[in-house]
Write a protein that binds this ligand. Structure first.
Ligand code: ADP
Length: 468
């Protein structure tokens, strides 16, 4: 089952990890406790046995119960308890006089006997002597490297078993309580940490296309959520700007289309109002055709921009001789420049080839040269050059025209943007030429830049990767 809420998922993860950690830590603590208790008991048994052995090592030594008790009490430090003491001769026979009263008799395993014969002590745990298992130490009493006796001391594991049980009970009681407390805390923490996300989601829901100027609250904490809010707001700003641009684009486009359509309609209406001579009809039709051309040109430009924007601009990619493209544009537009008494020159043209669409590259250059002609007065100069610049083909169209104020040099690449000086000077122009040129340059992996100063002229530079 997939749990949708991050809060719940976090809490479940948290509880699972905590349970796992507590079980591991609890298990390790239990193991350590058992080990150290057993170790301590073995040490104490060893000390009791040694104390008794050292007291008297003669084969006939006797151990009054009070002394044995005293030894036990010294090393175990508590009473009453089930303790055992037993003397055996080297063949393993019990010395009945030397056992503690009121306790069972200690067994002697073959292994312990063998070990004792070799002079080694053995620890064993045996069951059945009382309610709890008994830990026994069998220690040989040596005299001149000979085993003269065997001492067995034993101790019930009752206290150890009880301590271990108490530990387990505490763990079993504390674990669920701890888990409940921790999971409640985990849930509250997750709730608190994710609250800003809920707030952001609610704010984002309120923002629609009409209210893109609204922003989500930024907590200002500098953490991941603050970062998320900032990123959302940056995205909203970009969306907002894009929406504004799209709106302006459609308003401008309708406006630009409306003007020639109104003119066209007016001309046709006037033409139809009364009977005209064939020459007058012809003049009317020619004028109407001019407007239709203008509309067609505009629609064509809009379509190209829309396709370029959507990344579906069709390109007939081939190796293109850029020099040839520039020459064709030069010879086609030279008469237009000359008609305005402008000196139009072809500067140095290097034979460079690029991968691209010949027609589109022609259109891009035409737009730049056409602008230069439009915005350069009589006696002005225009130069077109083609050079290689670090693996790029650089087309430079420079003129001595009206220039562009620096604060408008970025905006002129937006569709329909025209400087007020340009509006005053040239009636013809749609404001699409540079946007189209830029889209074509971009579609060829290139860029377009302008350097200009008002009254001193402009220089447009297009960079396109050269085919090496
Ligand atoms: P259009 O020329 O149809 O107005 P463009 O997109 O080609 O549209 O150019 C946008 C604006 O950039 C122009 O209106 C003009 O203000 C400015 N501009 C472009 N080329 C030049 C130039 N060579 N000299 C001065 N201004 C220019």
């Amino acid at each position: 089952m997939y749990i949708r809420s991050i809060r719940t998922r976090l809490t479940i993860w948290y509880i699972s990890l905590l349970t796992f950690t507590l079980l591991i830590v609890g298990g390790a603590a239990f193991g350590l406790l058992s080990y150290s208790l057993s170790h301590e008991m073995d040490n104490a048994l060893d000390s009791v046995a040694r104390a008794l052995v050292e007291r008297d090592q003669s084969p006939t030594a006797t151990f009054p119960p009070s002394e044995i008790d005293q030894a036990f009490r010294r090393f175990f430090g508590f009473s009453p308890w089930d303790r055992y003491f037993q003397m055996r001769d080297p063949s393993g026979n019990r010395d009945e006089r030397q056992s503690l009263p009121s306790t069972g008799k200690l067994p002697l395993s073959k292994k312990a006997l063998d070990n004792a014969m070799k002079g080694l002590s053995s620890f064993e745990t045996v069951e059945g002597l009382g309610e709890y298992p008994v830990r026994i130490l069998t220690m040989p009493v040596m005299e001149s490297r000979r085993v003269v006796n065997m001492i067995q001391v034993g101790m019930s594991l009752k206290s150890i078993e009880e301590t271990k049980l108490r530990f387990l009970l505490i763990m079993a009681g504390a674990l669920p309580v701890g888990l409940v407390l921790a999971s409640t805390g985990g849930w509250l923490l997750a709730h608190r940490a994710l609250k800003p996300v809920d707030q952001m989601a609610a704010a984002a829901r309120r923002i629609s296309a009409e209210h893109l100027s609204q922003r989500v609250d930024e907590p200002g904490t500098g953490d991941e959520l603050d970062n998320l809010a900032k990123t959302l707001n940056q995205m909203l700003s970009r969306l907002d700007a894009a929406f504004v641009q799209v709106r302006r684009f459609s308003t401008d486009a309708s406006h630009e289309l409306q003007t020639p359509l109104t003119v066209l309609k007016g001309e046709l209406e006037v033409g139809l109002r009364s009977t005209r001579t064939p020459q007058e009809y012809r003049a009317t039709l020619e004028s109407a055709l001019e407007e239709v051309d203008r509309i067609a040109h505009l629609v064509d430009g809009l379509l190209l921009l829309a396709r370029a924007e959507a990344g579906v601009l069709k390109m007939d990619r081939q190796e293109v001789d850029l020099g040839q493209v520039l020459e064709e544009v030069y010879f086609r537009l030279k008469p237009l420049a000359e008609a305005d008494s402008i000196e139009f020159r072809l500067g140095s043209i290097e034979p460079l080839r690029v991968k691209g669409d010949c027609e589109r590259l022609q259109r891009m250059t035409t737009n730049l040269v056409d602008n230069a002609i439009k915005y350069t007065g009589a006696k002005g100069r225009i130069t077109v050059e083609l050079k290689r610049e670090n693996g790029w083909a650089s087309i430079v169209v420079s003129d001595s025209g009206i220039g562009i104020p620096s604060e408008e040099q970025e905006q002129i690449f937006q569709a329909f943007y025209r400087t007020s000086e340009a509006r005053r000077l040239a009636q013809r122009g749609t404001g699409l030429g540079l946007s189209i040129a830029q889209s074509i340059a971009a579609a060829h992996g290139g860029t377009i830049r302008v350097e200009s100063a008002p009254g001193r002229g402009s220089s447009f530079k297009v960079l396109i990767p050269v085919v090496s």
